[in-house]
Design a protein around this ligand. Structure first.
Ligand SMILES: [Zn+2]
Ligand SMILES: [Zn+2]
Length: 364
């Protein structure tokens, strides 16, 4: 029995990369690009001189306590004259740099870490950066996961951070407020990546033949294969996002509203509803993403010589982006990814609007 439990735990490490879309910073110029004139004006409003250096250590220790962050969290100094700079600075990636790692058990009351990356090391942040809604009888195959209960805190973290950000903005600690708001956006963006909202996006991904070596072997090998496709997907998408106006995603990222599949009413969006809507939209997209990555990268990624988190067999993403023999598979993959990216970008913009509107209202 013990062996089985260990096996299951390993299986649930299947998303060891705790980032989504590889580097969130690369999405932020697109987020800013499509903002309304009113929001743009608000984020270009200069900070007071005392806010620019963000040297206030008190705010950081307060945040560590209130947000249950790793007590050793260190942040780079962020010198910004207005919010737009913070949005583009890379602060959006800070949640991946240690603040959610090696936490006390009290931060993980349901013990999700047993199934999502363990309690120590870089993978121990995974439980805050993913959310698997749980096994659902209506879609027994699509929603299959171990264990069947909901796992992960990403929607909750998006909400907690967004509220803290809004509070800081309301007390006019604006530089920190916007910094924390980019952290909240990080979780919204994580949830828009279907590999962060489903444990097994496609039944094509596990290495079922490994069952011949026993259940433990199936679990071990499938952990590797899920991670391979997860990493390849994010690596490829990042390569394409970085192409700017030549990116196949340029239009989805700019006019995200026209492509997004989240069903939200802009006027009354609350961060938690937004996070839940994005997670649900990702679950819908997951089977197509799962099938597309297998068709595009090939079933060869399941072979033992591929272990992408360990730098073994990383695909040539640039070559894949132009290979004429993969035109059809590429189109299918990019089409579904366009929707997922649009959800993440639109969600980030909605969150920003929510925070700014709340502050404008209190100042009126
Ligand atoms: Zn993350
Ligand atoms: Zn990821």
């Amino acid at each position: 029995m013990k062996k089985l439990c260990i096996g299951i735990a390993v299986f649930c490490l299947s998303n060891p990369s705790a980032w989504a879309w590889e580097i969130h910073k690369n999405l932020m110029p697109w987020v800013v690009r499509g903002l309304s004139a009113e929001t743009l004006k608000a984020i270009e409003n200069p900070f007071k001189p005392q806010e620019q250096g963000m040297q206030n250590e008190n705010t950081l220790s307060h945040l560590i306590m209130e947000l249950q962050l790793n007590p050793k969290t260190k942040l780079d100094p962020l010198n910004a004259t207005h919010a737009r700079e913070i949005l583009l600075s890379g602060a959006v990636d800070e949640p991946d740099h240690g603040m959610d790692e090696n936490l006390e058990d009290s931060a993980d009351p349901r013990n999700d870490r047993a199934y999502m990356g363990g309690k120590t090391g870089p993978t121990s942040k995974g439980f805050r950066h993913m959310f698997f809604a749980g096994w659902n009888l209506a879609h027994p195959i699509r929603s299959f996961q171990i264990p069947p209960r909901p796992l992960g805190l990403a929607p909750e973290r998006a909400e907690i951070l967004a509220k803290k950000a809004r509070f800081l903005l309301q007390i006019e600690n604006r530089a920190w407020g916007f910094r924390v708001l980019t952290w909240a956006m990080h979780f919204i963006q994580d949830l828009s990546q279907p590999f962060h909202s489903t444990q097994i996006p496609s039944l094509e991904i596990p290495l079922w033949s490994a069952l011949l070596g026993g259940f433990g072997n199936l679990v071990k090998e499938s952990t590797r294969t899920v991670a391979n496709f997860h990493w390849a997907y994010e690596g490829y998408v990042n390569t394409q996002v970085l192409k700017g106006d030549r990116s196949p995603f340029a239009d989805c990222l700019t006019r995200a509203k026209n492509y997004a599949s989240i069903k939200v009413n802009r006027a009354e969006i609350h961060p938690r509803e937004l996070a839940d809507a994005i997670a649900a939209a990702s679950v819908e997209l997951a089977p197509t993403v799962g099938d597309s990555v297998v068709e595009f990268f090939g079933a060869k990624l399941k072979n033992p010589e591929y272990d992408l988190p360990k730098d073994k067999g990383t695909p040539d993403y640039e070559k894949l982006s132009v290979d004429p023999t993969l035109a059809k598979q590429r189109q299918k993959l990019e089409q579904v990814t366009c929707v997922a990216l649009a959800n993440g970008v639109m969600g980030s913009r909605l969150l920003l609007d929510w925070a700014i509107q709340a502050v404008l209202k209190t100042n009126r």
